[in-house]
Design a binder for this molecule. Structure first.
Ligand code: AMP
Length: 569
């Protein structure tokens, strides 16, 4: 039966999971890991690297390595790698491609269907971009679901009693708060809120700033303009941050600081938890605004929350756990694995959509109000935030002037009163309106939000029944041509990736063949003839030469020759 997978496309790591025999489990990647770093790089030679291969060379190739691309999803930001500009969805597509090829390798069959998660607070553009990335990677994106909702699906499946749950999801780049009511297989999201620009990366940055200052003030090294050293500092800083979650202080070895000569200085600095918490206190405080808003939208107080569930790697920080306890007057629930629970929930949703899991109903909401700009630059809400999705609503507009055949609209998402302060989803123009006296045309504009939280707009002139043409000009979206181009490139990358994997497998087989042949000689030196010995030694030598040349076909042939020779003997 066709399989469908769940993917948590995270800022720092991505995870894939599947339902097998009724149970959700994480699928290991080609490197045997549960988490794939969301990192993409292009080498000097033009090779594309994804995951730990990209991450491990990041410090040596900072210019052409990109991390945390999720922060830019839905924007028109472009990153230039080795002379070529990539959109955030293209970079994400490379990450998703690797996941696709790894799960296909794991199952030995093609996997097309996927549920991909996004932060609950992602706007339409960010959702569309995520969907596009999935399509570019060759997936049939069955559903885009909210990360905290996915987490609660994973968390709440086996819970009978109705509970009001609040999820804090603090990952590498985003923060979401969701309030849900769970019970009898019904997952009803009551309210969501968040900050798409707040996550573990911000805590890392504070550690880097702290260490940079310390290096300058206490050791006289100014590394502010040394990109490689800063990248190294970011890596060791993040490691220290993690250590501080279970230790009072973290020692940080710095062996990449250049001295005036050509050498490197070995330094040891340290940071204690108290200092770390002091320099990041304002970041932790930022969780409270969206939390208050979500509680107020759900008509609840902090006391009425039965359970606080912490999701996302950054909720391992003790400061966040204390903040949760202080805010909700109860210890947060930390039993779920915060790194994997979102992918598990996405797999559950995939299982529901494939009919493998029954009796689970998910009722989700839209995170942001949707509307248009009206007179005086005001934002007029048409679908309010936290409306249950899918939903639609319409509004009638008329012509201000006689014989007006064109009307311009600005579609917006957000909560601010002035249109300019909200996120523009694009402009559209109604054309072909029949020439009528002012106030006579009746144009009904309908806004729809589908189950993925993605917005569609349609319009009709009611007086004549003419269906009008709508053009959405969202700058972050790619043209059909660009999507096709990117798909082609991602496919080519998959081929390249497959080839590279085959090459690696060939050289692994060659290495073990050499070891086997050497062992053969070692164990039987006394028993075999001089001519046999020469033949095997020559085969080993030839195989080693082929390996050194890196010509896969030759390595393969010589491995086979050596194997046959050993078999014969
Ligand atoms: P996620 O996007 O959920 O994978 O979360 C990744 C973020 O969690 C990164 O910023 C990590 O540095 C952070 N993280 C992971 N483990 C820990 C830990 N033990 N303590 C603090 N932060 C952590």
């Amino acid at each position: 039966m066709t399989k469908a997978i769940g993917i948590d496309l995270g800022t720092t790591y991505s995870v894939a999971a599947v339902i097998e025999d009724g149970l959700a489990k994480v699928i290991k990647n080609a490197e045997g890991e549960n988490l794939t770093p969301s990192v993409f790089a292009v080498t000097d030679m033009g090779h594309k690297l994804v995951g730990s291969a990209a991450k491990s060379q990041a410090a040596a190739n900072t210019e052409n390595t990109v991390m945390s691309i999720k922060r830019y999803m839905g924007s028109d930001y472009r990153v230039s790698l080795n002379g070529r500009a990539y959109s955030p969805q293209e970079i994400s597509a490379f990450i998703l491609r690797k996941i696709k090829s790894d799960v296909e390798n794991y199952f030995g069959e093609e996997i097309e269907k996927a549920v991909i998660t996004v932060p609950a607070y992602f706007n339409d553009g960010q959702r569309q971009a995520t969907r596009e990335a999935g399509i570019m990677a060759g997936f049939d994106v069955m559903r885009i679901i909210n990360e905290p909702t996915a987490a609660s699906l994973a968390y709440g499946l086996d819970r009978e009693e109705i509970q009001t749950i609040l999820v804090w999801d603090l990952g590498g780049g985003t923060f979401d708060v969701s309030i849900l009511e769970l019970g009898d297989g019904l997952f009803h999201v009551k309210a969501v809120n968040g900050n798409t620009r707040l996550g573990g990366d911000d805590w890392d940055e504070r550690v880097v700033d702290y260490l940079t200052e310390k290096l300058l003030n206490e050791h006289g090294f100014d590394i502010k303009s040394d990109k490689t050293a800063l990248q190294h500092l970011k890596e060791v800083g993040e490691k220290a941050k993690r250590e501080l979650s279970y230790k009072r202080a973290a020692k940080i070895p710095l062996n990449f600081i250049k001295t005036n000569g050509n050498g490197f200085k070995n330094l040891n600095v340290s940071i204690d938890r108290k200092t770390f918490e002091d320099i990041t206190a304002d970041l932790s405080e930022k969780l409270l605004g969206p939390t208050r808003q979500a509680l107020s939208d759900a008509g609840l107080s902090a006391k009425s929350i039965d359970r606080v569930v912490l999701v996302g790697g950054s909720t391992r920080m003790p400061s966040i756990r204390h903040l949760a306890e202080k805010t909700f007057h109860k210890k947060p629930y930390i039993e779920v694995n915060p790194d994997e629970v979102v992918a598990i929930g996405a797999a559950v949703q995939a299982g529901v959509l494939m009919g493998e899991i029954n009796d689970v109903v998910l009722v989700d909401v839209t995170p942001l109000s949707l509307g248009i700009e009206t007179q005086g630059g005001l934002f007029s809400r048409i679908i309010p935030r936290n409306s249950i999705i899918p939903t639609s609503a319409g509004q009638i507009f008329t012509n201000a002037e006689d014989n007006q055949t064109v009307m311009d609209f600005q579609v917006l998402q957000g909560e601010r009163e002035m249109a300019v302060d909200n996120i523009s989803l694009g402009q559209f123009q109604l054309t072909d309106i029949p020439p009528l006296p002012g106030g006579k045309a009746q144009v009904e504009v309908t806004f729809e939000i589908d189950v993925n939280g993605i917005v569609k707009v349609s319009a009709q002139e009611l007086y004549t029944g003419v269906q009008t043409v709508i053009r959405i000009d969202a700058s972050h979206l790619l043209s059909d041509e660009q999507v096709k181009e990117a798909m082609k490139e991602a496919e080519a990358f998959a081929e390249e990736d497959k080839k590279r994997r085959e090459d690696v497998e060939i050289s692994i087989r060659a290495d073990s063949m050499i070891r086997a042949a050497e062992l053969f000689i070692e164990e039987r030196r006394e028993k075999i003839s001089a001519s046999c010995l020469r033949q095997i030694e020559s085969a080993i030598l030839k195989l080693k030469e082929a390996l050194a040349e890196g010509e896969s076909e030759r390595v393969k042939n010589r491995t086979e020759e050596t194997r046959k020779l050993l078999d014969k003997m």
